[in-house]
Design a binder for this molecule. Structure first.
Ligand code: PGA
Ligand code: ZN
Length: 420
């Protein structure tokens, strides 16, 4: 048991060169936790709001000094002296202080950095690794403690790569039977193979926001084809050792009720778009399909799961925004079979855990995800293990802010083994 004694927050840069907040919470037993908040590039409309300064003279308007002053002036005085292991109390206090639906008053970035730092400090104070400490807040029945299957975004597209394709993420997914360290080894091989495949096709091997290659693609289908070629040039077997997945992030190419993609000359209705996914699915047998439709296209979403779920996980990200109301809507419409969990879409650790719980009760697969604008914070690796997530999506196996999470999972893999 230890009480919150001090909170300090500072402005740092994230991996895209944009300011964000790093907060340190110190307890009266001397233990402390430091956490920083990531930012999205393709931010969904239903996400909690990241408070920025909009002062064009500083960091192109992206500064977070107002959010930091909210931590110093509003949050800190209200949480000093609270018991750090009572994460519910701390998060509830901040939610009440903010008082808005989307945390726009104090900023989800301000609130989440404090929330995560409190959890890390409380874990240290409890002499537990963060994943084991957080597990105390999870209903454990029917779950096992394991490393989630990683989803590796090794070909970047859409807004993460200057609009080289419509779809945002082209992923390789190791068979879930593989040990995590084996999956990493395979993916490093596949990443190298994709580099060679691109070079052989006279395509660029420069990379995008999440560390995946970012070639200019003639069609979205070509992205999947390149990944398949890359797999086939290794000893790993497509559809056995490794599968393919997509995050279409379809809100970005949906305008006036129509989808526009390079693969088709005509604009597509929601039904046409679903037919397109069926078409590529016949060829590539996608294991995973995230945001295939736009966040407000409920007409499409209510049909796609029925059309594709037999072999493909249909996952909401912008659709559900780690928000309990959006999740309920998606469940009512039977729109999804999996959900992306990003703590910064909702703004506190406790609320993110609560969304996981509802989703799991409903039988959805849980995917814990990074953002494109990450920091080197590895909290979500611990969070993913704590909630027994089915999958973890942390980008490519390159770049510091991505490998920080993958390396933390390696450490946790060892820690789990030592638990026996
Ligand atoms: P973002 O994208 O972090 O840029 O919002 C990630 C995703 O859509 O999954
Ligand atoms: Zn997404």
């Amino acid at each position: 048991m230890a009480k919150i004694k001090q909170v300090t927050a500072r402005e740092i840069l994230n991996a895209k060169g944009n300011p964000t907040i790093e907060t340190t919470v110190t307890l009266n037993d001397g233990k402390s936790g430091t956490a920083s908040c990531p930012s999205g590039t393709s931010v969904g409309h239903y996400e909690a709001s990241e408070l920025k300064d909009h002062d064009e003279k500083l960091f192109l308007g992206n500064g977070v000094l107002k959010a930091i002053s909210n931590i110093n002036e509003v949050i800190t005085p209200a949480i000093l002296g609270l018991e750090a292991t009572k994460q519910q109390d701390v998060d509830k206090r901040m939610i009440e202080l903010d008082g808005t639906q989307n945390k726009s008053r104090l900023g989800a970035n301000a609130i989440l950095s404090v929330s995560m730092a409190v959890a890390k400090a409380a874990a240290k104070s409890s002499l537990l690794p963060t994943f084991l400490y957080l597990r105390e807040f999870v209903k454990k029945e029917g779950t096992v403690i394991k490393i989630p299957t990683p989803l590796f975004n090794i070909l970047n597209g859409g807004r993460h790569a200057g609009g080289n394709s419509d779809f945002q993420e082209f992923m390789v997914i190791p068979a879930s039977s593989k040990a995590y360290s084996e999956s990493l080894n395979m993916t490093v091989n596949l990443y190298d193979s994709l580099r060679n495949t691109l070079a052989q096709n006279n395509m660029t091997t420069l990379i995008g926001d999440e560390g995946g290659f970012a070639p200019a693609l003639a069609t979205n289908r070509q992205g999947l084809d390149l990944l398949r070629q890359a797999i086939q040039s290794t000893q790993f077997r497509y559809g056995f050792d490794v599968f393919l997945g997509l995050d279409a992030a379809a809100t970005n190419f949906f305008h006036e009720n129509k989808y526009r993609i390079k693969d088709k000359a005509m604009q597509l209705s929601p039904n046409d778009m679903i037919s397109f996914y069926e078409e590529i699915n016949k060829e590539f047998h996608l294991l995973y399909l995230e945001d295939p439709l736009a966040e407000d296209d409920w007409e499409g979403w209510s049909k796609i799961a029925g059309a594709l779920t037999e072999q493909t996980l249909i996952v909401g990200d912008d659709l559900t925004a780690t928000n309990p109301y959006r999740l309920q809507m998606a469940l009512d419409k039977k729109a999804i079979t999996g959900i992306i969990i990003k703590p910064n879409q909702i703004g506190t650790v406790i609320e993110a855990l609560a969304v996981v719980e509802v989703a799991r009760q409903a039988g959805l697969k849980i995917i814990v995800s990074h953002r494109s604008g990450e920091t080197n914070d590895d909290f979500i690796a611990d969070f993913a293990v704590a909630v027994s997530a089915d999958y973890a999506k942390f980008g490519s196996p390159v770049r510091g802010e991505r490998v920080a999470k993958y390396n933390r999972l390696l450490e946790i893999e060892k820690e789990i083994k030592s638990l026996g």
